[in-house]
Design a protein around this ligand. Structure first.
Ligand code: ZN
Length: 480
């Protein structure tokens, strides 16, 4: 019995020991098994170029915080797109735990395309647009210029580019095909050409430049003509159209004037003396009506002029010319070419008649003369060969001074309106010479143009003078 009870006791003891052991192991485990927790998301998307920041973690057992023992493996390079894994591990005696965090570094920003030059360029029709250049930059890939794809879509150029992450940028250049620019005509030799009567006008040429067309020079149309046999201002008009129909027009003035005598006492540019002076000279008068009107205007404007008179018209007008301070000069009495230029004697006989008339009316002898038709006339050839060569010297020998002109109103020629007379005179006036203006006081349209001519001269800084014995001669070349 005793033995039996001892066995039972031993069993109880063993059971107790086993239970105590089991309980001890259980407690040991409960207090040493670690748990690891990640703060924040396990899967993190990090947008480039932001920096990665650890959100934290915690490790503990039932009784103790052991976060400081956590071991971390893996690193995030936030400057490089990609998928990064970070492993967190905790070990405590016999037990351990681990967690993984996945960090995805992504770039979701488009590249930027910058167009050089005009975004809406104008291009000549049927011409190709010449690329002005472009640049593409990306926050991640940096320079992507070489990866830009340019496609042509009607009148648009489409520029596209993708970065490594597939973000696409797109920019459009709109091309306007049009030409609204006129060609440009440049005239060789300038817009004003001066020639002497009897010379030849030779077109100095021209050149056309255009933004779109080349070779337009040969399409220039020249209208107008120059008559170098006749004094005057001629206008040549040059026109040209480009392919788009833009028209350019320019003009050239060709001024044909008398050549001064080669042995002239004055040179061609200063001719009758002071530059910018206007001598208004009136031939063939006096005549009732027109001469009266001219004298009235001269009086009103305070301008002195020169009258080359004949034996026609009323005496009273010659007296008035003289009394009002104008120069009364001699033209010949008859002004009939066949009579005047029949011989040297015939000329002086005719000249003396008008000289006598002037002496009788004014009490003075005039030594200022003008040849009918001017010293350059060719009409005298019909009556006496070489007479002008003789007369031009002989009058000087006899104490006369003769005055041709360098501004011809053409009022004894084709110019039969006051506006024509005005335009002729005004266009031939020059500040770079002394202006000897030929007009005829027997023409009513000349009388009607006079006031405007004087007003033009005054407003443009000219001064008016009458011919006196000290005025240098103005002489044409002799043609007979
Ligand atoms: Zn005359």
């Amino acid at each position: 019995m005793e033995k039996e009870s001892n066995r039972k006791k031993i069993i109880v003891i063993i059971v107790v020991i086993v239970l105590v052991l089991a309980l001890s192991i259980l407690l040991f485990c409960l207090f040493t098994i670690p748990t690891l927790e990640l703060k924040g998301e396990n899967n993190v998307t990090l947008i480039y170029p932001n920096n990665y920041q650890e959100n934290g973690y915690q490790a503990k057992t039932l009784v103790k915080d052991i976060t400081k023992n956590v071991q971390i493996k893996g690193k995030v390079d936030s400057t490089k797109i990609g998928i990064y894994k970070i492993t967190y591990k905790i070990k405590n005696l016999l037990f351990d735990d681990s967690k993984t965090r996945t960090v995805k570094v992504v770039d979701n920003e488009k590249p930027v395309i910058t167009l050089k030059g005009d975004k809406e360029p104008k291009v000549c029709p049927k011409k190709e647009y010449k690329e002005e250049g472009y640049e593409a930059t990306d926050n991640y890939d940096k320079d992507l210029s070489e990866k830009v794809v340019v496609t042509n879509n009607k009148d648009e150029l489409v520029y596209t580019v993708q970065d490594t992450s597939g973000n696409e940028a797109k920019v459009i250049r709109k091309i306007k095909y049009e030409d609204k620019t006129k060609p440009k005509i440049s005239l060789s030799g300038g817009s004003k050409i001066s020639l002497y009567v009897g010379s030849t006008y030779k077109e100095p040429g021209y050149k056309v430049t255009d933004n779109c067309d080349s070779n337009l020079t040969k399409s220039v149309k020249v209208t107008g003509s120059v008559n170098t046999k006749k004094v005057g201002t001629y206008t040549l008009t040059y026109t040209v159209k480009d392919t788009a129909g833009n028209e350019a027009k320019t003009t050239r003035k060709v001024v044909v004037s008398y050549k001064p005598a080669s042995n002239s006492l004055v040179n061609a540019t200063s001719s009758c003396g002071t530059k910018g002076v206007i001598y208004l000279t009136f031939d063939d008068g006096p005549a009732s009506g027109s001469t009266t009107k001219i004298l009235n205007i001269l009086k009103q404007e305070g301008v002195k002029a020169t009258f080359f008179v004949t034996n026609s018209g009323p005496d009273s007008l010659i007296k008035r010319e003289f009394n009002e301070g104008h120069t009364v000069a001699l033209h010949t009495a008859s002004h009939t070419y066949s009579k005047v230029y029949a011989s040297v004697d015939a000329y002086f006989s005719d000249l003396n008649k008008v000289s006598d008339r002037v002496k009788r009316l004014t009490g003075t002898t005039s030594k200022i003369i003008r040849f009918p038709g001017g010293s350059s006339n060719t009409v005298s050839r019909h009556y006496s060969k070489g007479i002008m060569t003789t007369l031009s010297k002989e009058v000087v020998n006899r104490g006369y001074k003769y005055y041709d002109w360098n501004v011809d109103s053409d009022d004894a020629g084709k110019c039969r309106t006051s506006s024509c007379v005005y335009n002729n005179v005004v266009s031939l006036l020059s500040k770079n010479k002394c202006n000897m203006v030929l007009m005829h006081d027997v023409k009513s349209y000349t009388a009607n143009a006079l006031q405007d001519i004087i007003k033009y001269g005054k407003s443009h800084g000219y001064t008016f003078q009458k011919i006196t014995s000290s005025t240098p001669m103005v002489r044409h070349g002799i043609n007979n």
